[in-house]
Design a protein around this ligand. Structure first.
Ligand SMILES: NC(=O)C1=CN([C@@H]2O[C@H](COP(=O)(O)OP(=O)(O)OC[C@H]3O[C@@H](n4cnc5c(N)ncnc54)[C@H](O)[C@@H]3O)[C@@H](O)[C@H]2O)C=CC1
Ligand SMILES: O=C(CO)COP(=O)(O)O
Length: 358
């Protein structure tokens, strides 16, 4: 390979991972290992790290020396060809593929910083679950925010992927949502491993919507758990939550294919998050502790971020502006409970009186 001004001349794609939290670090392990043996990609992968100090050492220095993200993914080695970079622009310049994997609340600011600093021919892929709020009452998909701000196409990768389990190489699946076949195959090569099997799906909006919306349902599942209800109740939360997810896609994003909900991004991610996710865990503690969600997030997650409560707020922002809160009672109740506007015990009444039973 020859290098000229930081640009490859042999057609190999440079990959940049924008983010290095729990999932960002796990996917760095998958991608970092894959690129070593794939001709299509450069072996070195840059990973943007939001810098912080841990016991007097910079996190980037720890990752580049010890090859472990000791704060967000302790106990798992990150391949040595993944280079942690504290400066966003330095990490991102000249890349051909951007993997966006940061808590969704930080995406707009990060995108703004990248404007004018990336290749116009680049491809993005978002692993981020959530929405951005638009002025005037609407919400936007994260992939649309990337496309509109950076003027590059942006695919998505969603699935039943608890980061620590992926990092442990326990078998699981994921869905890539993209409607360009060649780019879909390229991304599949980049992400697929023998323990991480990928299905490429053209119904990209639905893939992304499933990933974002299931975090609201998982927060509801945590409330039911915290209230002491059992597995039958949780199954009802999952079922009614899935009905609201389907209805939401029908109401606002026409053209969903029902089979997309059967991919890993759909029912599978909903189930795993309602049993094993951070949103469920913190929501259950919320019921028992009397503390706020924000307090518990700080106490329980060591810097990791919840996506369910802010996503419930974003969805409610839109539903309220369209007078449609009562058509999505679970999404609405989760938001109100998180905000302290509804007692958590009312969550069970929301299930009992759900329009699906009328
Ligand atoms: N953790 C998981 O099991 C999975 C997470 N996801 C999704 O991936 C996305 C990223 O999640 P994680 O990697 O788990 O993140 P995380 O929950 O571990 O968040 C911590 C990350 O946020 C960064 N951060 C803190 N303040 C920041 C700021 N002001 N600006 C930019 N970054 C800042 C931290 O440096 C750290 O890298 C989310 O949308 C999540 O829903 C998807 C599948 C699995
Ligand atoms: O998205 C996830 C699994 O696919 C992780 O969910 P939590 O953010 O609730 O941990």
């Amino acid at each position: 390979m020859t290098e000229q001004n930081g640009k490859t001349t042999d057609g190999k794609k440079k990959v940049c991972i924008v983010g290095s939290g729990n999932w960002g670090s796990a996917i760095a392990k998958v991608v970092g290992n894959n690129v070593k043996s794939l001709d299509e990609f450069e072996t070195e992968v840059k990973m943007w790290v939001f810098e912080e100090e841990i016991n007097g050492r910079k996190l980037t220095e720890i990752i580049n020396t010890d090859h472990e993200n000791v704060k967000y993914l302790p106990g798992h080695k990150i391949p040595e060809n993944v280079i942690a970079v504290p400066d966003l622009i330095d990490s991102a310049k000249d890349a051909d593929i951007y993997i966006f994997v940061i808590p969704h609340q930080f995406l707009p600011k990060v995108c703004q910083q990248l404007v004018g600093n990336i290749k116009s021919t680049a491809l993005g892929v978002s692993l981020i679950k959530g929405f951005t709020m638009k002025e005037g009452g609407g919400i936007a998909l994260i992939s649309s925010e990337v496309e509109n701000t950076l003027k590059i196409p942006c695919a998505v990768l969603m699935g039943a992927n608890i980061a620590n389990e992926v990092a442990s190489e326990n078998y699981c699946e994921a869905t890539i949502g993209i409607n360009n076949k060649d780019q879909g195959l390229l991304l599949k090569k980049l992400f697929q491993a023998d323990y991480f099997r990928i299905v490429v799906c053209e119904d990209e909006d639905t893939v992304e919507l499933c990933g974002a919306l299931k975090n609201i349902v998982a927060t509801g599942a945590g409330f039911a758990d915290g209230l002491g209800y059992g597995d039958n109740t949780k199954a009802a939360v999952i079922r009614l939550g899935l009905m609201e997810m389907v209805k939401f896609c029908e109401a606002f994003y026409h053209g969903s294919t029902q089979s997309t909900f059967l991919e890993s991004c759909g029912v599978a991610d909903l189930v795993t998050t309602c049993y094993a996710g951070r949103n469920r865990k913190v929501a259950a503690a919320f019921v028992k502790s009397g503390k706020t969600i924000e307090e518990l997030e700080k106490e329980m997650l060591n810097g990791q971020k919840l996506q369910g409560p802010p996503t419930a707020e974003e969805v409610n922002f839109m539903l309220k502006s369209k007078n449609m809160e009562d058509r999505f009672p679970m999404f609405t109740a989760v938001h109100k409970i998180c905000k302290g506007d509804l007692p958590v015990e009312e969550f069970i009444n929301c299930l009992k009186n759900h329009p699906e039973h009328m």
